[in-house]
Design a protein around this ligand. Sequence first.
Ligand code: PCA
Length: 199
Amino acid sequence: MILFTGFEPFDNGKSNPSFEAVKLLPDRINGVQVEKLELPVVFGEASETIIKRLEVEIPDAIIMTGLAAGREAITPEVVAINLADARIPDNAGNEPKWARIIQDGPDGLFSTLPVKQMVSDMEAAGLKASLSYSAGTYVCNDTFYRVCNYIRAKAPKVPCGFIHVPAPKGMDKGTEFTLEDFAKAFEICASAALKKALG
Ligand code: PCA
């Protein structure tokens, strides 16, 4: 099983293209069952939703996704940092400022997805992609950090990481990307992750 997550809308958005694109994914990729989870845009709760699922079953790979409006490309994140610093309140009204996510956790945790391979595979398919070295300091980074921290203790061989998508066509700060483009990109990334995990 490969676990894909996306987020609910936030910041007055009517929809969130991350989960909208996840919903378009097929039920199987390379013969592996795809599971889709929609996450609340709430510090701590989003990662709890994932960790509850991981307590039942450890997937072959974990790909979390979110929206980063203003970006121009599909961006696999390289590293999660141990810092929460909200620019706006989350969907439950939390607004942490300059706080460590996990007091005694490492400063940063690297994605274990094959991020460079993912970028070259997306580019080969004609999708604009590049590495990102910061997932920000809001709910996406918080979720990315907490889930990587959980999985490195429980199942360190399971590729786990995060991909930000830009705003799609028609949305504020929109690019030329469609939701179908994002879904195609996610499928390409899933293939690379499963190849790393399962050979
Ligand atoms: N993007 C936000 C949170 C939810 C989402 O889709 C972020 O980048 O932190």
